[in-house]
Write a protein that binds this ligand. Structure first.
Ligand SMILES: Nc1ncnc2c1ncn2[C@@H]1O[C@H](COP(=O)(O)OP(=O)(O)O)[C@@H](O)[C@H]1O
Ligand SMILES: [Mg+2]
Length: 250
């Protein structure tokens, strides 16, 4: 990504977005459709001599699309996601413009969810227990029966019923759900917020090809329901590559 030609968009995409419109997803919930655009993003590490990590990065992600940011390890994929979300910046400086849903009033944190590369779970909980706790936090104010209903819909949408009562576990230490199920559980947690935009950092890394394919199918379905999906991918298989709607590379 550093060194991308001046003025060359990192991504290109058909201009078919319907900003502000609604779609109803497979679990019957309204999704507010939002386009995300970024322009001239520059990320530097301040120091005696500033170190430029990303420079002049432009892109567009529209509802119903799975947009993939590709690049070698260390290219700046995670940094770009963090810059777009204004999170985890650890002393990095970001300049440039991010436009969410065509409005300067919307805050990215209010309309998006982030599936980070590392899993942050309590390993002794079951899948259902985890979602009930997340539901209690993210859907505070809703009746318990409504929370349960929403969790059921999401488990159905993400194919998590089979492992509903399985312990999450800890990779290599305590046997639990598979890596693919863990990724889908992370997506399930953020779906409780009904985000318009979902960011995922290397969601297929570490999964076998079957699980990676299953996860991509899930992301495609979420996109079809009106969400905007932005993910980073390192070395996708050709099958997965062919499922992507828009690809940006360094
Ligand atoms: N907080 C930080 N401070 C200094 N350098 C950073 C910071 N975050 C990332 N970098 C550097 O930016 C570059 C891109 O990192 P990263 O975005 O993690 O790459 P990728 O996700 O594509 O593997 C790396 O050289 C990394 O060391
Ligand atoms: Mg990364």
């Amino acid at each position: 990504m550093p060194g991308s030609e001046e003025g060359t968009p990192l991504l290109s995409a058909p201009a078919s977005s319907q900003r502000g419109s609604y779609a109803t997803n497979s679990s019957g919930e309204d999704v507010v459709q939002m386009t995300l655009a970024w322009h001239g993003i520059r990320v530097t590490k301040p120091g005696p001599v500033d170190r430029v990590i990303l420079d002049n990065i432009n892109g567009l992600a529209e509802p119903k699309q799975v947009v993939a940011l590709m690049g070698a390890s260390g290219a700046g994929k995670t940094t770009l996601l963090n810059a777009l979300m204004g999170r985890n910046l650890n002393g990095l400086e970001v300049t440039g413009e991010t436009i969410i849903g065509g409005s300067s009033e919307l805050k990215i944190g209010d309309v998006s969810g982030y599936v980070q590369q590392e899993e942050l779970f309590l390993p002794t909980l079951t899948v259902y227990e985890h979602l009930m706790i997340q539901g209690g936090i993210r859907l505070a104010g809703l009746k318990k029966s409504d929370i349960k209903q929403r969790i059921s819909e999401i488990m159905d949408e993400l194919g998590l019923f089979k492992c509903r009562d399985s312990i999450i576990g800890l990779s290599g230490i305590k046997k639990g759900i598979s890596g693919g199920e863990a990724k889908r559980l992370m997506v399930a947690s953020i779906l409780l917020d009904n985000p318009s935009i979902i960011f995922l950092d290397e969601p297929t890394t570490g999964l076998d090809s079957h699980m990676a394919q299953y996860l991509m199918n899930t992301l495609k379905r979420l996109a079809a329901g009106g969400r905007t999906i932005v993910c980073t991918i390192h070395q996708p298989s050709s099958r997965i590559f062919n499922m992507l709607d828009v690809v940006g590379r360094n």
